[in-house]
Design a protein around this ligand. Structure first.
Ligand SMILES: *[C@@H]1O[C@H](CO)[C@@H](O)[C@H](O)[C@H]1NC(C)=O
Length: 423
């Protein structure tokens, strides 16, 4: 009985650990009924899987129970309520993302949840709902106070592949930090600016962003591949005109798209086939990469020509583009063959593949590279440089022999024979 319990627990844990995006489910939607009824977001909420919607401020909301994360995805809709719940503040939001949870945060000019704004500040998206976007050159004549963005250019095609004719935007704009992990999606128009409607457009404190330094939609991917998207206007998820945009943003943020993983890595010495190297050997490094396809609901080969392999000891001694050598129905095999430098020590094979919009891959294998053994150096006569010295040594020997021979066999030959002299 006990054993089966333990087994069940282990299986549950295993299911939690190995769950791919396929079984990502539980989405928590937090909304403020005083600002908008949940039914206003019907379109949006229906496109999500396995939704649990809760009114903001409810004490039911908990992101973790006994240290286990309760939700894969979290949606926070515009709200004026100060605190999300007694159990959820900025700290919990940070913990949630650190644990791998995805967050889709929406603010609007009607309200922005304070903890959400503080959290966005932590990842480098500085928004303030009090400041509203204005553009006197591109006003939406059909909707007062809205900015008309024609042919909006989405800056990351992996996150938002579809296009929209125009966007009628009424919300705030964000300033961004220079974090590499931010993925700007939509810039504010060049002629726009944000000002605090309560103070008015004039005054040093009243402008938040001006021109295209402001951003209207921004995504973020943490090093653990957790994803965050901020949207400054909830009309973009209310109005069915923008369904494709909303769907793109959500499916990327909740890791249905742009998800890649490394399946395996291996390396070998080209000549010996072993995993040991000495200086100047040739090494072959292989990595298999898969991409999640939500249409086919399976892993498919990942296609790219910019996967780089590095061979590092403090600095990369080699950085080469890996070639695609084969692919089956699930994965692509990337191969790089390169020469190990004339330097012994501990080296690292590294693939550090970080592209905005794709999950990060960071694979490292540490290997020793030995120097040549005593008998692995070339013999002296194989080195042309030594021929000078060898020649002189041999010459000395020959000349010495010649000298000795001459010395021994020659002497003072008497000019006149002894007898003759006496005469
Ligand atoms: C990739 O393939 C080309 C052509 O076969 C080859 O010259 C190059 O060395 C390969 N690159 C690596 C890193 O193996």
């Amino acid at each position: 009985m006990r054993l089966s319990l333990v087994l069940a627990l282990i299986f549950n844990l295993a299911a939690l650990v190995f769950a791919g995006p396929a079984v990502k489910g539980a989405t928590l939607v937090i909304y403020d009924p005083k600002l908008s009824k949940l039914s206003d977001y019907d379109n949006f909420v229906k496109s999500l899987d396995d939704v649990k919607a809760v009114e903001i401020g409810s004490s039911d909301i908990a992101l973790f129970i006994n240290g286990i994360r309760m939700f894969e995805n979290l949606v926070i809709l515009p709200s004026k309520v100060r605190s999300i719940s007694p159990h959820v503040g900025v700290k919990e939001l940070v913990e949630y993302v650190n644990d791998g949870g995805n967050l889709f945060g929406v603010t609007s000019s009607a309200g922005a949840q304070l903890d959400l704004e503080k959290f966005l500040g932590e990842v480098g998206i500085y928004t303030n709902a009090k400041f509203k976007l204005f553009d006197h050159f591109n006003e939406d004549s059909t909707k007062e106070g809205s900015v008309l963005i024609k042919d909006p250019e989405f800056q990351n095609k992996i996150v938002v592949p579809s296009s929209v004719d125009q966007i009628s935007y009424s919300g705030s704009a964000a300033l961004l930090s220079n974090s590499e992990y931010l993925i700007p999606i939509l810039k504010a128009p060049k002629t726009s600016y944000t000002y605090n409607a309560a103070i008015g457009p004039v005054g040093s404190d009243s402008v938040w962003t001006s021109g295209d330094q402001g951003y209207l939609i921004v995504s973020f991917q943490a090093l653990n591949n957790a994803r965050v998207t901020w949207l400054g206007d909830d009309n973009l998820i209310k109005d069915s005109k923008y369904d494709n945009l909303a769907k793109d943003l959500v499916s990327w943020t909740f890791q249905y798209r742009g998800v890649i993983k490394s399946v395996s890595t291996s390396h070998e010495n080209v000549v010996t086939g072993l995993e040991s190297y000495k200086v100047k050997d040739f090494a072959k490094y292989e990595i298999e990469i898969s991409q999640w396809s939500s249409e086919e609901n399976t892993w498919v080969p990942f296609e790219a020509d910019d996967v780089q392999v590095e061979f590092i000891m403090l600095d990369p001694y080699q950085r080469v583009n890996a070639n695609v050598t084969s692919s089956d129905e699930e994965k692509t095999l990337f191969t790089a063959v390169f020469q190990i430098p004339d330097q012994h020590g501990m080296f690292t094979f590294s693939v550090d593949y970080k592209r905005p919009g794709l999950s990060f891959i960071d694979e490292k294998i540490v290997v020793p590279v030995r120097h040549l053994a005593n008998d692995e150096y070339p013999r002296s006569w194989e080195i042309t440089n030594s021929w000078v010295y060898l020649t002189s040594a041999v010459a000395v020997i020959i000349v010495w022999f010649a000298f000795v021979t001459v010395f021994i066999f020659s002497g003072k030959a008497p000019l006149v024979e002894d007898g003759k002299k006496k005469n």
